[in-house]
Design a protein around this ligand. Structure first.
Ligand code: MN
Length: 307
């Protein structure tokens, strides 16, 4: 990796994601929030899950837990997750699909490996990010939308496949509804393939999920790194010998700072305290037929304040 970027670099910051335990030995990497960068456009959280191999009889079990003030965006590379929520939604997500869950005033969901998938060994890898909602819609009604892989537009170039998950990019627009001007794109590059990244949004970053990238003056980069671009700058990517898979993400700047505590995002610290108390008292709803839940953890100190 590049420790120091040249002064004329198109890159602003390089974040090295840190290992994080997503529960039950299910490991991941967290790129946002980080000390160097709190948010990119409305993206306030980016977790890269796995890759993880589950032995027969085991699987992912994220018990019911609440969210407010954000949308969770789930996108898989391999495997599948069964999503269930307090609206009554039950949906299996598979690679290339997108689950867009708008928490708004509050929702509760679980994410698990389905019983039939546990009968054999299975693998799981993918990303979950959170986007903050605009202030005017922070308390909107919760909503869950599943969009199948076949509905998402794909841009094909020489050695390049780019699926537009949300927003518009490379001249194509995703049908996934969002509450703010943002973009999210899954890019796969064959070894040595080149791709120009234009400055389409004020805040842009790329998360390198697999493989390596060479950027002319800035050096080479490895999986797990989040490259944040300077506003208005374009870059040309060249995939390394093993190819590359990366997520482009960002959007227009948020309409003000946000607080983040546990699973809650809000422009108001008081609102987060209210959500904590509501979850303590189990006033945020239930996933049907799932009485178990993740209790509110000890949350010392003040909420993290963004930006
Ligand atoms: Mn969640």
């Amino acid at each position: 990796m590049s420790d120091t970027l040249p002064e004329d670099s198109a890159l602003d910051i390089v974040v090295v994601s840190r290992s994080t335990d997503l529960g039950d030995n299910f490991e991941g990497r967290r790129a946002l929030p980080s000390r160097q960068k709190r948010m990119v456009g409305p993206f306030v959280f980016l977790d890269h899950m796995g890759p993880h191999l589950f032995s027969p009889g085991s699987g992912l079990d994220v018990r019911p837990h609440p969210h407010i003030g954000l949308a969770t965006v789930t996108y898989l590379f391999t495997g599948e997750i069964l999503h269930r929520d307090s609206l009554g939604s039950v949906e299996t997500i598979r690679p290339g699909d997108v689950n867009w869950m708008t928490a708004g005033s509050g929702i509760v969901h679980s994410e698990r490996t389905a019983p039939q998938t546990r009968q054999h060994a299975s693998s799981l890898a993918g990303l979950q990010c959170w986007v903050a909602l605009p202030r005017a819609q922070e308390e909107c009604a919760p909503d869950f939308r599943h969009t199948g892989v076949a509905e998402l537009p794909v841009m094909e170039g020489e050695g390049v496949t780019a699926r537009i998950i949300a927003g518009s990019y490379f001249g194509r627009r995703s049908p996934v509804a969002t509450l703010s001007d943002l973009f999210y794109v899954d890019v796969q590059l064959q070894p040595g393939a080149r791709l120009d990244i234009p400055p389409e949004y004020a805040e842009q970053a790329l998360y390198l999920a697999e493989g390596s990238l060479d950027l002319d003056r800035d050096g080479s980069f490895d999986a797990g790194q989040l490259l944040v671009l300077k506003p208005g700058r374009s870059i040309t990517l060249r995939a390394g010998l093993g190819g590359a898979r990366l997520m482009l993400l960002g959007g227009e700047p948020m309409d003000g700072p946000r607080y983040l505590t546990w699973n809650f995002v809000s422009s108001s610290a008081d609102r987060i305290e209210q959500a904590k108390e509501d979850w303590r008292q189990q006033r945020m709803g239930q996933v049907p037929d799932e009485p178990d839940y993740i209790p509110l953890p000890d949350l010392p100190g003040k909420p993290v304040h963004f930006p």
